[in-house]
Design a protein around this ligand. Structure first.
Ligand code: P6P
Length: 330
């Protein structure tokens, strides 16, 4: 009888998990394996660069701004290069849209998939050693393979995603993704260079007692948002706002809670981007039993009008989001 105290089971690696679940991916599982492998590999490289950030001169702004007018941090640009290069080498992606690129990045007309990505969300937190993340959506192109990429390949509704996920570079680095059959989380073991299944079948509690919103903008919130924030205080919920979407989202997914980035005086349509932030997290949260809305519309039903479109974002526990957006329906 093997002594399990000596030979602990190694656990399920990401690759083995994808192969085990291959019948759940509507297209050839090899294509999904390659895409997730490309993203996971780039995540390992970015993770290493983030962990060294304080030691080598890659921290801080580089003096340029992205299409959002936000100062680009050195690691933003590095992460964008890493993910775009990994996806290009993998051969499955025909195009990438990224927070860091003004236009669609054509990779390979023979690729079948379009990737929408925020390579390093929350990057302003890099300098202060707060958790940051990568968010990605995977769509199947709609135009014939081999033909030039068109905007209709990219501006697809969130409900058309074939997979979505995020990497969280925190106290440990995790990859969390869905292909429409539930949500699974993998923790990266740097000494082995592998991601191991650590959070199978993730689901968000229907209720929670955590609310994440930047209350500094309270005076510019619409009345329903103000009313909900006051409701959270009356319920004695905990305010938890890291200023890093992926970190707040992940904690709320595990414990129950709501994250809100509403319209404000400064950001009339909210700050977060539909294509490479909200869509992916909306797909994940619905697969985990939660809700994602603009306040008046299901996120996954929005037909995008432009690459870097912003939308108000209410995401998290079903009963909390429904309570928060109920004020918009009256
Ligand atoms: P504010 C980071 O820039 C980000 O996109 C999210 O990660 C985060 O939740 C939000 O913006 C923070 O924005 O306006 O509250 O500082």
């Amino acid at each position: 009888m093997e002594d399990s105290r000596i030979a602990l089971p190694i656990g399920t690696t990401l690759d083995r998990f994808i192969k085990k679940k291959q019948d759940e991916f509507q297209y050839a599982s090899g294509e999904l394996s390659q895409l997730l492998r490309d993203i996971a590999l780039a995540g390992k490289v970015v993770n290493r660069e983030i962990n060294k950030a304080g030691l080598i001169n890659i921290v801080g702004a580089i003096g340029t701004q992205n299409v959002q007018g936000e100062d680009q941090q050195k690691l933003d640009v590095l992460a964008n290069i890493r993910f775009t290069r990994a996806l290009s080498k993998g051969g499955e992606a025909c195009a990438v849209i990224s927070e860091e690129d003004d236009e669609i990045v054509d990779l390979n007309n023979h690729g079948r998939y379009v990737i929408a990505i925020d390579p390093l969300d929350g990057s302003s937190n890099i300098d202060v050693n707060v958790s940051i993340g990568t968010i990605f959506s995977i769509f199947r192109r709609v135009t014939p393979v081999g033909s030039p990429i068109q905007e209709i390949d990219v501006l697809q509704k969130g409900s058309e995603q074939v997979a979505a996920g995020y990497l969280l570079y925190g106290s440990s680095t995790m990859l969390v993704y869905t292909t429409g059959h539930g949500v699974n989380g993998f923790t990266y073991e740097p000494s082995l260079g592998e991601y191991f299944l650590s959070h199978p079948d993730m689901s968000i509690p229907e209720d929670g007692a955590i609310y994440s919103i930047n209350e500094g903008s309270f005076n510019s919130f619409a009345a329903p948002v103000k009313n909900y924030v006051n409701y959270c205080k009356e319920q004695k919920y905990s305010g938890r706002y890291i200023g890093s979407l992926v970190a707040d989202f992940h904690r709320n997914l595990l414990k129950g809670g709501i994250y809100i980035y509403p319209a404000t005086d400064k950001d009339k349509n909210g700050k977060l981007r539909l294509m490479y932030e909200c869509n992916a997290l909306a797909y994940i949260i619905e697969q985990a039993g939660g809700v994602a809305s603009t306040g008046t519309e299901r996120i996954l039903e929005i037909t995008p009008s432009e690459l870097h479109q912003r939308v108000p974002f209410f995401v998290g526990s079903k009963n909390m989001v429904e309570e928060a957006i109920s004020g918009f329906k009256k």
